[in-house]
Design a protein around this ligand. Structure first.
Ligand SMILES: NC(=O)c1ccc[n+]([C@@H]2O[C@H](COP(=O)([O-])OP(=O)(O)OC[C@H]3O[C@@H](n4cnc5c(N)ncnc54)[C@H](O)[C@@H]3O)[C@@H](O)[C@H]2O)c1
Length: 393
């Protein structure tokens, strides 16, 4: 059996979710190449040796450059803050290694472009962890659109709301433009731009208008290191620093097939903890997805006799009929957040083994298209004007 030695660069929230995925994937799936949990990198104060022992990594390291260069490593998985994506990915690519990177692909469009260019020149395989594509219900929505079940799509409505970023949360890297690139926008809109591009099969061609706001302009400087959640466990010190990213960005857009769309990302949408949603309305039907009920897809079939038309709640847990499910549990034995990452790890291993992924998987170039939309929306918000995507290359 072919094997690939994985190096994980970072051990925070995504470090935990990816460690879980790499630890599960060979057990639940039969990938053509098996993942070996070779080395995890963390900052010394995070105690990478303890992290490695807990999650099953064979080695722990505090020098990511040496890890990435090591001839023993066959796949580099990047789960650092956004500004570190480009240096780590470029080093991996320079060493000829396939690279899987967390989203957004980078903090800036220039960094994203450099990553795409480096991967193209080196001819290495790349992947971006837009994990919500790997929810079976989202996969079903993609398949229904592809089969023409929705007809022509007229409206796309997507919103990703969280509520963790109250005033007591310290100035984590997520609030610093130099480290994150943007705030809720790159964090949350990136996901729903990717998911709606994936489900509709269309590109966003124009931003009609956008609004960005930062409600909390100053926060206490954080004490301690990444605690494995978004903000949980991070205390503040007495000193304060300035927030340099948005708390919320809303924008209107047009898709290449003519649909009009609205997008909303917010971190202070009280009561909405991880409310990642989209709704598509087509001439023959509609779908609705809400990650807080991730095993379900709402479907409205407008081709049925009018007397029996109505919203159906499809439980997307039928192995063989819904993607990835056959490898998990029997019907209606539902799955959760972590399964999306294991499903993606499986598809990465399929691609490394020369097979097609279960569902299309974004590479650096694909994620760069999402980054262009993020950039166009920020230009639209700051210059208060419509922005054609052709302007943003
Ligand atoms: N796919 C998703 O749903 C999802 C969810 C959360 C985060 N993310 C993405 O994953 C990446 C990591 O986010 P996270 O929530 O795991 O962050 P985190 O703060 O929990 O962990 C960051 C890790 O990066 C390491 N690191 C390396 N260099 C660093 C530096 N100079 N400063 C700070 N940390 C450094 C830290 O040691 C830490 O282990 C980000 O790109 C983020 O956007 C994706």
């Amino acid at each position: 059996m072919a094997k690939v030695n994985v190096a994980l660069i970072g051990q925070g929230f995504m470090g935990r979710s990816h460690s879980n995925a790499w630890g599960q994937v060979n057990k639940f799936f039969k990938p053509p190449v098996q993942a070996v949990m070779h080395t995890v990198f963390g900052q010394a104060e995070e105690n990478p040796a303890a992290f490695a022992a807990n999650w099953g990594w064979q080695h722990a390291a505090t020098d990511w450059e040496a890890v990435v260069r090591s001839p023993e490593i066959g796949l580099v998985d990047v789960v650092t803050p956004n500004y570190m994506h480009a240096p780590v990915a470029k080093a991996a690519i320079a060493a000829g290694k396939p690279c899987a990177c967390e989203k957004p692909i980078a903090g800036s469009l220039a960094d994203a472009r450099a990553m795409v260019e480096a991967a193209r020149k080196a001819g290495v395989k790349t992947f971006v962890w837009f994990n919500y594509r790997r929810c079976p219900a989202v996969g079903l929505a993609h398949q229904l659109v592809k089969q023409g079940k929705l007809g022509e799509i007229r409206h796309v409505r997507a919103a990703y709301w969280q509520d963790w970023a109250g005033g007591a949360v310290p100035l984590l890297w997520r609030f610093d433009k130099n480290l994150a690139g943007s705030g809720a926008h790159g964090d949350l809109n990136a996901h729903i731009i990717d998911v709606t591009r994936f489900v509709t099969g269309q590109e966003i061609v124009e931003i009609a208008g956008a609004i960005a706001e930062t409600f909390i302009k100053e926060r206490t400087l954080p004490a301690g290191v990444a605690a494995g959640g978004i903000a949980a466990g991070r205390a503040g010190t007495a000193a304060k620093g300035r927030v340099t990213v948005d708390d919320t960005v809303l924008f209107l857009a047009r898709f290449s097939g003519g649909a009009v769309a609205s997008f909303e990302a917010a971190r202070q949408a009280t009561g909405n903890q991880n409310r990642n949603t989209f709704e598509l309305n087509g001439t023959k039907g509609s779908v609705k997805f809400d990650f807080e009920r991730m095993n379900e897809l709402e479907y409205y079939d407008a081709t049925l006799p009018r007397a029996v038309q109505g919203w159906s709640t499809l439980m997307c847990t039928h192995g063989g009929d819904h993607p990835y499910v056959a490898n998990w549990w029997p019907d209606a034995h539902i799955i959760g957040y972590e399964h999306g990452f294991t499903n993606q790890a499986y598809d990465i291993l399929r691609v490394l083994g020369g097979q097609e992924p279960t569902l299309p998987i974004p590479d650096f170039n694909d994620a760069y298209q999402t980054q262009r939309v993020l950039e166009a929306a920020l230009i639209s918000a700051s210059e208060r004007r419509m922005v054609k995507l052709d302007e943003v290359q």
